[in-house]
Design a protein around this ligand. Structure first.
Ligand code: MG
Length: 421
């Protein structure tokens, strides 16, 4: 846990010079929507390699102006949150019965320092920093703002009582139009929605008093606040049906084809060496290898995890494990290197990177590693959260030369390919 805090600190500090306001983001993911896939909650369905919920989380984490991210999850996730929520800088809160109850729980959990609070629906994976920024700016100025898009279709008004001769519930094919609304006055609400803290407090209080709102803006309006409309995006769709999901996938594939400076492939390299000593277990890639000696070091000295973590961090230009887990810090004494590797992976994923593949060469005169290669690769793949097929571990001797060749040390070279979505 401490590692996560350190990473969160490192991650956030980058923005501290520019930050003038404390901005909290509440991502509402408390729903139980299972319409899209067999038994898998909608928020966790895989969308181009990431659970849908992670696209929103990563967008807010990547936005320099957002100071903290609170994700509201279904109560049944409370004890064992899904792996995709183990992200430095993200807090988890349990949701309530209705969406507005979940947002109210999120509101209770945000920092008391919050100036502006953003609410975002986890079913809108295409939110981006520009939209978030517009919502923050407008809310800071006027108290409340939502992103929205102008209606492009002509809007017909057909109240529920129309279309049924008997005056009962209308059937869809029997409804009639009462009038056509002026399209230029119609806007379709999206999220994020942003509020000065006191405005959201009043909206939440109204909701708790029994007023129903389909979004937080509706509650703020009813509390007497003006809500500003800022530019959303046609891409910022809400994924509700299987058709929406197919559209979302297609949109992501299009994005991946358009490589700009901000997207594309990145390569990282890592190297590490540890001395072999008596009285220590030999751990490589999280697997304990039977041998009469083990690697000396501050942590468990898993030289393979260290080199791979450095390759992954290097690909994202996110520093190295020496910076993230300094050996001057007692908290890392005896730390599991598998956990350090996992933290490094979480950090680069939070910055929008996907791990494409990894290749490592272990230089060891002894023990012979051939029989362990597959289990080491499988262990690494499981820690990193990628298929076994993209992790390669090779073993070499050093022909008796140097410290590794004399069997005094084990060294590892690793490369990682990352892709920025
Ligand atoms: Mg090391």
């Amino acid at each position: 846990m401490q590692g996560r805090q350190i990473l969160a600190l490192e991650f956030r500090n980058q923005a501290s010079d520019e930050r003038v306001m404390y901005v909290s983001a509440i991502i509402a993911a408390g729903g139980h929507g299972r319409r899209l896939g067999a038994g898998v909650p909608k928020q966790l369905l895989d969308l181009a390699g990431r659970p849908m919920l992670r696209w929103s989380i990563d967008a807010f984490l990547a936005c320099d102006r957002v100071s903290e991210v609170v994700v509201v999850v279904p109560p049944e996730w409370a004890d064992a949150p899904p792996a995709c929520l183990r992200v430095p800088g993200v807090r988890i809160v349990v949701g309530g019965e209705r969406r507005q109850d979940s947002v109210a729980n999120g509101f209770d959990a945000v920092s008391t320092r919050s100036d502006v609070i953003l609410i975002h629906d986890a079913a809108r994976p295409f939110v981006d920093a520009a939209m978030i920024g517009r919502a923050i700016d407008a809310a800071a100025e006027t108290g409340a703002a939502i992103v929205a898009v102008p209606a492009r279709d002509t809007i017909k008004w057909s109240p529920a009582e129309m279309g049924s001769a008997a005056g009962g519930q209308p059937r869809g094919d029997r409804r009639v139009i009462e009038r056509t609304l002026p399209r230029e006055s119609i806007f379709l609400a999206q999220t994020p929605q942003a509020f000065r803290r006191h405005v959201l407090r009043e909206a939440v209080a109204l909701g708790r008093a029994g007023v129903e709102g389909t979004d937080e803006a509706a509650l703020a309006e009813q509390a007497g606040h003006q809500v500003r409309l800022v530019e959303g995006s046609a891409r910022n769709i809400k994924v509700t049906t299987a058709e929406d999901f197919a559209i979302a996938k297609a949109l992501l594939e299009m994005t991946n084809d358009t490589r700009t400076d901000a997207s594309g492939f990145r390569i990282g390299s890592g190297y590490d060496l540890h001395r072999l000593v008596e009285g220590r277990p030999l751990i490589l890639g999280g697997v304990t290898i039977p041998f009469d000696r083990g690697l000396a070091g501050h942590s468990d000295a898993d030289v393979l995890c260290h080199a791979i973590a450095d390759a992954i961090l290097g690909g994202a230009a996110a520093g190295d494990i020496g910076q993230l887990f300094p050996d001057t810090d007692d908290r890392w004494r005896g730390a599991s290197s598998v956990e350090l590797l996992r933290q490094a992976v979480d950090l680069v994923r939070a910055r929008g990177f996907r791990i494409v593949n990894l290749d490592a060469t272990v230089i060891a005169e002894r023990p012979k590693l051939g029989a362990h290669r597959a289990s080491i690769a499988a262990s690494l793949a499981s820690v990193i959260g990628v298929p076994d097929s993209v992790v390669s571990v090779k073993a070499k001797t050093n022909e008796g030369e140097d410290a590794t060749g004399r069997g005094e040390a084990i060294a590892v070279h690793a490369v990682a390919l990352l892709e920025k979505a």
